[in-house]
Each structure stands twice: as C-alpha cells, then as structure tokens.
Design a protein around this ligand. Structure first.
Ligand code: DX5
Ligand code: ZN
Length: 215
C-alpha cells in the first residue's frame, strides 16, 4: 500500500484551514509542501510563514519539497516552521552531501529530489544517507502537468538500486499522479505518491485519497 502525500500547491489558498482539516480527517500520510523561488524553477509558490501557520492546523508529518537554490540558507528556518522531512534538489546542490548532513543534524529526515532529465547515477553515493528520493515525473514548477512516461523505467531502476544495497530509502513520485496511472507507478516500485490536482480537484478529496491508498 503506498503512502499518500497530497500536494497543497493545488489546494484552496483562501481556505487553508478547511483544507488542513480535510487532510487531517483523511487517510493522507504526509502533507507535501512545494516551496519555489522563481530561480531554480520558473514559478513562486509559498514559503515559511504559510508553512508555520499550516503546522498549527495539521496533525501529520510535513514533507517540504524545496525547489530553491542555496537551500542551506533556509534549512534551519524550515525546521523551525515545522518541517519533518526536508527535500533538496540534486541539481541545486553542488555540495549535496553537506546539505544532507545539515538537514540530518537539524533533526529532519533528508530527501533528495531529482529532475526528469537527471540520471540516477547522481544519487549513487548519497543513497545510504537519505530518507527518501523524490522522483520528479514532470518538470518542477507547476501542478497539473502530465506524467512523463519514461519515468516508469526510472522508478524501476531506482527500486533496483535501493534493493541491491539493502536500503530502506523510500521512493516518492511527484508529478502527474492520477488514479489511472497510480497502479503502474506502484508496480514499478514507488512507496509514496504525491498528488496535487488529483486530490484537490476531485469531487470528494477524502475518497480520492482513500482510493489512491488502496492501489
Ligand atoms: C511540481 C510539484 C508537485 C506538484 C504536483 O513542481 O513538485 O508537487 O504540486 O502536482 P500534480 O499532482 O497536480 O502534478
Ligand atoms: Zn513537490
């Protein structure tokens, strides 16, 4: 059974309290929070003050996905705002090992996100030190895009890399997850499904979360 991490990027920003209440009562496992800086990705979303407020309204782990350059400048602030997991992009971190050390030392679970064009070999020497890999299955920056089909092979490859090393690293899939493709994604080896539009634009988001979880 996959874990489900609804992405608040697709939520109703005017009613975040209601959205948090809905997720609290649902079977959602994590809150997935997408932070963008307009530099690493061509969009700006929300940041620290919003996460800090949401923390007070929610009862589940916060999975913060940083799509920003120089994430080391803000890691301590995200811990303070309530992040339980902090995920940085391999493409944004020339000293990735140091970033992972910092996140771990701050008491958060470190994740590494990888863009669709970046080969998995970039993760080989960091895999043993992290909690999860966030595989971007769309180009980061926007919700509501279509799942890139080549990603399925990448997920299978990553599953093999993790299993061969006897690691417990979780594979999180981010971008374009739907009820239709979730089965294939889980069969390829995913542990966690991020879902933005599929959850928040559903007629019944609580039921959608339960349905995704049953996959
Ligand atoms: C993309 C973000 C995703 C996004 C997913 O940059 O990292 O988390 O919110 O949205 P959907 O599920 O709508 O593709
Ligand atoms: Zn994300």
């Amino acid at each position: 059974m996959p874990l489900i991490a609804p992405s608040l990027l697709a939520s109703d920003f005017l009613n975040l309290q209601t959205e948090c209440d809905m997720l609290n009562t649902s079977e959602a496992d994590w809150f997935h929070l997408d932070v963008m800086d307009g530099r690493f990705v061509p969009n700006i979303s929300f940041g620290l003050p919003v996460i800090e407020k949401m923390r007070k309204a929610s009862t589940k782990p916060f999975d913060v996905h940083l799509m920003i350059l120089e994430p080391e400048k803000f890691a301590a602030d995200f811990k303070k705002a309530g992040a339980d997991m902090l995920c940085v992009h391999v493409e944004a971190c020339p000293n990735l090992h140091r970033n992972i050390q910092q996140i771990t030392q701050l008491g958060m679970k470190p994740g590494v996100a990888i863009n669709p064009h970046t080969p998995l070999v970039m993760l080989e020497n960091i895999l043993a030190d992290i909690h999860h890999v966030c595989v971007l299955t769309v180009n980061p920056g926007f919700g509501g895009q279509a799942f890139i089909p080549q990603s399925l092979e990448k997920i299978r490859q990553l599953r093999r890399m993790i299993d061969e090393r006897n690691l417990q690293v979780k594979i999180e899939i981010d971008g374009g997850v739907t009820l239709e493709n979730a089965g294939q994604i889980v069969a390829a080896g995913a542990d966690v499904l991020v879902a933005g539009n599929t959850v928040f634009k559903a007629a019944d988001p609580v039921k959608m979360i339960a349905d995704l979880r049953k996959i």
